[in-house]
Design a protein around this ligand. Structure first.
Ligand SMILES: [Zn+2]
Length: 488
């Protein structure tokens, strides 16, 4: 995550990539104690970050010795702090910078430099609104655009974040996603980023410190995963999904029954998986239950972290599947499945693919056997429809099986969650969810669905399949459906 700074000769502290961590030690901290602000006590939640930035000369207090941590950050102040963190000095300006930033504005030099560096661009009407308070959305963009290179804020997939108020088409989403995945933000709570809220000086100090000093970042265990390190165990619990579930003293049906758990009972998940048996704790007692009758959930972080999910790209090799309008099913569904894989893995899930290239054709039994042998938590098969004699037929549908699948009712819930996303996010015609005993959803015991993305033979659906933008939306829809299923 830490990338050594090789440029920015002017950035004195940035160059100190080796000595920096030791400079943060206790002695160094005490050496700066005299410089603390009279309204930032050592127990203040952001005192460490505020004092860190102050020690680097990046932020200043007021003449009376205060810092006013709850004051809002204006756009002009943000420009100054960001550039100070880059080690820049304020240049003198001889011309007005924006129509509302005259050359004698207190921050004219900073704003001019930020504009010159491409960090800020102002509004379309030629103004900058320097005294307007900075929003959290604007802050995410500012931090990422300024520090992306020096501190390697790259991610596998910049659509991964857990916030319900950050949407796929919002301009700032990739920036929020990067900050989240690198442990720079955890949101205002676990499901909200509050993009249009203003930022105060304490909050800004924490964001900026975490950006330029990786040791201040929140560990991946707390934020649900990053692109570079697998997330540690989020505390996991299980909800009983059957009317009566025996908790046994050992991992087999021959072990004695310790307790009988009713549907909806919450148990602590202790792991120790042996086959389908897992260790749990309920009411102070520990024992083993069959994993297929538990829905595993996370107390915090991404709801999919640590779940084992099998993605099955339909067809392959000798079996191309359907085709139409220049699109071949086996190729399209592999691409979509791999996009889903990236999103799930970036959020901390373990993904098992039934095939990873276009040349391979796994038998249907091999696909379901793979899911069973890995004791997977979920199975999702990806297909497309075709109706050569009815080219107007279009839309998405999702299948599940209640005839043999042990988790038929859970499969139906998963199907509904994914279908809702196809309709609302991708704008597909809603063909609904359907109970049908297709081989792969019938011969699996975990929640299993088969999605039909749309019709290759329909020109409207096919146009979406040919578009990179829409392919990402289809993958996002499947990902969100899975994520929402585990949030229920
Ligand atoms: Zn198919």
């Amino acid at each position: 995550m830490w990338k050594k700074v090789v440029s920015c000769a002017a950035a004195g502290f940035l160059l100190a990539s080796a000595p920096l961590p030791s400079a943060l030690g206790g002695n160094a901290r005490e050496a700066h104690a005299a410089a603390n602000f009279n309204d930032v006590s050592s127990s203040f939640w952001a005192s460490k970050e505020i004092n860190f930035l102050h020690s680097k000369g990046i932020i200043e207090g007021y003449d009376d010795g205060s810092f006013l941590p709850n004051n809002k950050v204006t756009r002009a102040q943000a420009a100054k702090m960001i550039l100070s963190a880059l080690g820049e000095k304020e240049p003198t300006v001889s011309n007005d910078v924006f129509s509302d930033v005259k050359k004698d504005h207190w921050a004219a030099g900073w704003i001019s430099l930020a504009k010159q560096k491409g960090i800020i661009s102002g509004y379309e009407n030629g103004t900058f609104k320097p005294e307007e308070t900075l929003t959290r959305a604007q802050m995410s963009k500012l931090l990422v655009r300024t520090f992306e290179q020096e501190y390697d804020l790259s991610v596998k997939d910049d659509t991964v974040e857990p916030f319900s108020d950050v949407w796929i088409n919002q301009e700032f989403r990739p920036y929020v996603s990067k900050l989240y995945q690198h442990g720079i933000t955890t949101g205002t709570d676990s499901t909200h980023y509050s993009p249009y809220s203003s930022v105060n000086r304490a909050q800004f100090s924490v964001f900026l410190s975490r950006t330029i000093e990786p040791s201040y970042r929140v560990s991946s265990a707390e934020n649900g995963g990053s692109s570079t390190t697998p997330p540690a165990t989020t505390s996991t619990y299980g909800i009983v999904k059957t009317d009566s579930l025996n908790m046994r003293s050992g991992p087999s049906t021959s072990s004695g029954v310790v307790a009988s758990l009713k549907r909806g009972t919450k148990v602590d998940y202790l792991g120790d998986q042996q086959g389908y048996w897992v260790k749990v704790r309920y009411n102070g007692q520990t024992g083993y239950v069959h994993k297929l009758y538990l829905k595993l959930k996370n107390e915090q972080g991404s709801s999919v972290a640590n779940r084992v999910i099998v993605l099955d790209a339909g067809h392959g090799g000798k079996d191309p599947g359907a085709s139409g309008n220049g699109v071949v099913e086996k190729e399209l569904v592999l691409d979509i499945a791999q996009r889903v894989q990236k999103k799930l893995e970036a959020a901390g899930a373990t993904v098992i693919m039934t095939r990873t290239d276009a040349a391979t054709y796994p038998e249907l039994k091999d696909r379901t056997d793979l899911a069973q042998s890995k004791y997977a938590d979920m199975f999702v098969s990806v297909h497309t429809n075709s109706a050569p004699s009815a080219p107007s037929a279009n839309g998405s549908e999702v299948y599940y099986d209640t005839s043999q699948n042990t988790n038929g009712s859970e499969s139906a819930i998963l199907a509904k969650e994914i279908q809702e996303q196809f309709v609302s996010l991708v704008g597909m015609n809603d063909r609904g969810t359907k109970d049908n005993d297709f081989y792969v959803v019938r011969n699996t015991d975990m929640p299993s669905v088969l999605v039909e993305l749309g019709f290759l033979t329909n020109s409207g659906d096919a146009a979406k399949f040919k578009s990179d933008y829409y392919r990402n939306l289809f993958a996002e829809a499947i990902y969100l459906g899975i994520k929402n299923y585990y949030s229920l």
